[in-house]
Design a protein around this ligand. Sequence first.
Ligand code: CAA
Length: 427
Amino acid sequence: MQMQPKVGIESISVHVPRYFVDLKTLAAANDVDPGKYYHGLGVRRMAVVAPDEDPVTMAVEAARALIERNKLDGGRIGLLVVGTESGVDGAKPIAAYVHGLVGLSGECRTFDAKHACYSGTAALRMAADWCAVHGTQHRNKALVIATDIARYDEGSAGEPTQGAGAVAMLVGDEPHVLELDLRNEAVFSREVMDFWRPNYRSSAMVDGKTSISSYLSALKNTYLTHRAASGFGWDDYEYLLFHVPFPKMAYKAFRVLCGLERNDNADDQFDLRSGPALWANRELGNIYSGSLYLSLAGLLEKGGRKVEGARIGLFSYGSGCCAEFFTGRLGTDSKNWADKIGIGAGLDRRTELTYEQYLAFRKNGNALACDGSYTGDPQGAAFGRLRKVFYCGIRDHRRMYFVNDNVAQVARNSGIETRSRRSSVAV
Ligand code: CAA
């Protein structure tokens, strides 16, 4: 029998946006008991993007951090796939902007994948298959990025499940983070109108209850298919990770699996097998395509040696819908995880918004950046210097990005229209 090549995630990095709203603040404004958001949904804070951040800048920051922290040779990347629900253009993919702003080789296939929150997994699985085929070539690494801003109407039931962020993953034949089991996959698709965002809207539409039941029925379907095909059973997984639109959803999902496995110890088991992966999701909120991978990154960043070598089961769900249950084994490189993933450091640097500031960002964010009037706040300025890429609105129908000089050089070489950030501009 032919040996399966080793393929999976070699390194992972998370970009945390620079502002947040505490869900107690939102609850007070919406005249809702904060217990509903904190305990009923399991969210504490939701990440909010600054007017000069967008899905492109978040993706670039995550990718840049991944490359710099791990001293990666960008020349080895032959595939760049961005999974996103928050596309910024009907034709031009976010991947094209990222390719130029990060400065990757021209010999690189670039495109976006779209299927709501499943798009990050679609990108990862396609990249893993691509890596398996390109195993021995020089340019055999893939960069997969999941980047999204989760946005619902003001005052709606979905509003407390908003969030934003990006996760970048290097995929290749040295899976120090997660070796994927490529043989066993269980996928499920069915057309359903549970969550969607028409092109003319910046906020998603959702039928919340339908979305939850569709998620859970896709979970049952894929878990049972995977169990029958793979022979892996309940006891084979040390951790079970889920797509996390809000942390309570992971608990609902875990309980469904306990029901299928006739395990009546759901709460204790959840605390052991899924709870440790949810702390970052509580802080950032839903990041759509990256939510499952934010859980993975959270498990690694705090798990240390305890999680080394663990077999994990992962469930990805994208409304619309497409879902997948798949498995992998964590690497044994935990000393490198804690300081390279970047969630804790990103959380330490962010600034809390009042409800009024949050509303102003919502309403005027892009307009402020477009006319150049956004100058940030003092704390933002300190954080801003650590960032390299800034969205600055649309001119002549083109998205404009300010970039720091060294990045600008790369971008100019790639033909991307940019303007260098003057040091006198405060952000
Ligand atoms: N203290 C503690 N708990 C409280 C409470 C209080 N004071 N008040 C209410 N709760 C509990 C409720 O009992 C309920 O718990 P259970 O789910 O265990 O029954 C929970 O808080 C939520 O209350 P409601 O069901 O009344 O909440 P809602 O209907 O107003 O909104 C929601 C919930 C439908 C999930 C809404 O937030 C929403 O539409 N979110 C967006 C859609 C979504 O995230 N769907 C998930 C599946 S789809 C998917 O995963 C793709 C994706 O990313 C979008």
